[in-house]
Design a protein around this ligand. Structure first.
Ligand code: FMN
Length: 211
């Protein structure tokens, strides 16, 4: 009888140990997942097809820079895609459509929803410069979402116009956000000189102290 009791006691002790070590492993996993969850988001708009100076491209210039930022910061990515993709794949036709949208002060719809912004404190926002401004679809994004209290970091790709006032225009569209210094990258460099672009992305991130 005593032997049986001793055996049971040993079994109970072993099982309790197993359960508690399983529980602490699960707790550790949870803590790690929380630490891994990104608090940074990259929102970008970018086109493939025929683009200025680079010919027909399979990955958009801005998409390349957006991915570099996400790799450096561990950010999540959200691509702004038009609901009905009415943007032509040839450069000249695209410039006409974009000009018309600007003239009309249009707010083209994008598909889907941004992820819940509650968990993000820093949000990078990038697009190609179109006629010296953000593509109008980006104003739809700025106006349909609440960026109050967020740190917003603009970036552009372009072929000569630089940042084109993206920072000031973003600040006007989102007055209750803090807008940091932006980065402008030549579209041609994004396609053809990626090591140099990666370096400028990294030093810009260090300068604005996001890393
Ligand atoms: C409709 C349109 C308008 C553009 N306007 C400008 C401009 O005003 N200034 C400039 O430097 N580049 C301009 N570009 C060139 C793009 O900004 C550049 O090619 C950009 O890298 C394209 O990025 P994406 O591949 O991500 O769309 C324009 C291109 C298009 C298609």
């Amino acid at each position: 009888m005593k032997k049986r009791f001793a055996f049971l006691l040993v079994m109970v002790l072993i099982l309790t140990g197993c359960v508690s070590s399983f529980a602490s492993t699960a707790e550790a996993d949870e803590t790690e997942a929380a630490a891994d969850a990104a608090d940074t988001l990259v929102i970008y708009f970018s086109r493939t097809g025929e683009q200025y100076t680079v010919g027909v491209i399979e990955k958009g210039n801005t998409a390349i820079v957006a991915e570099m930022i996400a790799e450096e910061t561990g950010a999540d990515l959200f691509e702004v895609l038009p609901v009905d993709d009415h943007y032509p794949m040839t450069y000249d036709a695209l410039t006409d459509v974009a000009k018309q949208e600007q003239t009309d002060n249009a707010r083209p719809a994008y598909s889907g929803e941004l992820p819940d912004l509650g968990s993000y404190s820093t949000i990078f926002i990038g697009a190609p410069v179109w006629w010296g401004d953000w593509p109008m679809i980006m104003y739809t994004v700025f106006e349909n979402n609440d960026f109050a209290g967020k740190t917003l970091v603009p970036f552009s790709t372009h072929e000569g116009s630089g940042l084109s006032g993206f920072d000031k225009k973003l600040q006007s569209a989102c007055p209750d956000a803090e807008v940091l210094e932006g980065l402008a990258v030549r579209g041609n460099d994004a396609q053809n000189d990626q090591d140099a672009v990666r370096e400028s992305v990294a030093s810009w991130l260090a300068e604005i102290e996001v890393l």
